[in-house]
Design a protein around this ligand. Structure first.
Ligand SMILES: [Zn+2]
Length: 258
């Protein structure tokens, strides 16, 4: 397991450090970070990683008019499970202009192969979502005097979203240096941590299980039932299911009967 994670340093921080030394802990427990938490598999694993690195975690979730509101309940459960310092749910309404299957009336695609997923940016892409979310996280981080933001973007098993790519994150970080008081006056620049960026879904699940993530609490589906049960057929469900299958495991989250 440890071998699996070795070598996935994506942003200058040793993401492999799950059991820091005593001296490291004394320093690191003074560090606050903001974690963008949707309540899904990736963001929950990212929160667990931030916590394992000794950060004091401040979790930020968005109620943005998404059709899959079940993830909000999941986010609350995850924040509670990991005993974060504070959990904020930001309200905004991206339905006012729609433009995505997640915030409008377009159908969520089902049953697509991974080749089809990789072909084009799908209708589940929410215009500029990560830029909006990161901007809120950046503002909160500045108030918290934090130099660290964690986001669970992934550029391996993903649906082709442009704002999940490493070059996007690098450019955003550069912008943040220019945009904030900390960037201009601070002695330590802002770091956007993307510990999952280069991992497969299977690797993400294995790391999360090592860190005590209870994936039955998480909600990934783009089109869940009113009770929150996953559809099992949208891109997000298919990638997630493969992540568990690659580990010889069953996803503990509830699914609708097929
Ligand atoms: Zn689904």
């Amino acid at each position: 397991m440890a071998d699996l994670i070795q070598g996935h340093q994506t942003d200058g921080v040793d993401e492999t450090k799950t059991s820091p030394s005593r001296a490291d802990m004394d320093i690191e427990t003074q560090r606050r970070c903001v974690v963008l938490l949707s309540g899904g598999l990736d963001s929950t694993t990212t929160l667990a990683i931030a916590k394992s690195q000794g950060f004091d975690v401040y979790a930020m979730t968005f109620r943005y008019g998404q059709r899959h509101e079940a993830e909000l309940e999941a986010a609350r459960n995850v924040a509670s499970h990991f005993e974060v310092c504070q959990h904020i749910v930001v309200e905004m309404d991206l339905r006012q202009f729609g433009g995505s299957a997640l915030t409008g009336d377009l159908e969520v695609p089902k049953g697509r192969s991974e080749e089809e997923m990789a072909e084009a940016i799908p209708v589940t892409y929410v215009p500029a979502r990560n830029t909006i979310f990161l901007s809120y996280a950046l503002a909160w981080a500045e108030v918290l005097n934090s130099a660290d933001i964690f986001i669970g973007v992934n550029s391996v098993d993903y649906s082709g979203y442009p704002d999940c790519r490493p070059e996007y994150i690098a450019a955003y970080q550069q912008m943040a240096e220019l945009a904030t008081r900390r960037g201009v006056e601070g002695d330590q620049g802002l770091t956007i941590h993307t510990p999952l960026s280069a991992l497969t879904k299977g690797e993400i699940v294995r790391w999360g299980l090592q860190l005590g993530v209870d994936y039955s609490q998480t909600s990934t589906c783009y089109d869940p039932s009113s009770s929150g049960a996953a559809c099992g057929e949208c891109d997000a469900c298919l990638l997630r299911l493969r992540g568990f299958a690659d580990n010889g495991l069953q996803d503990p989250a509830p699914y609708q009967a097929q």
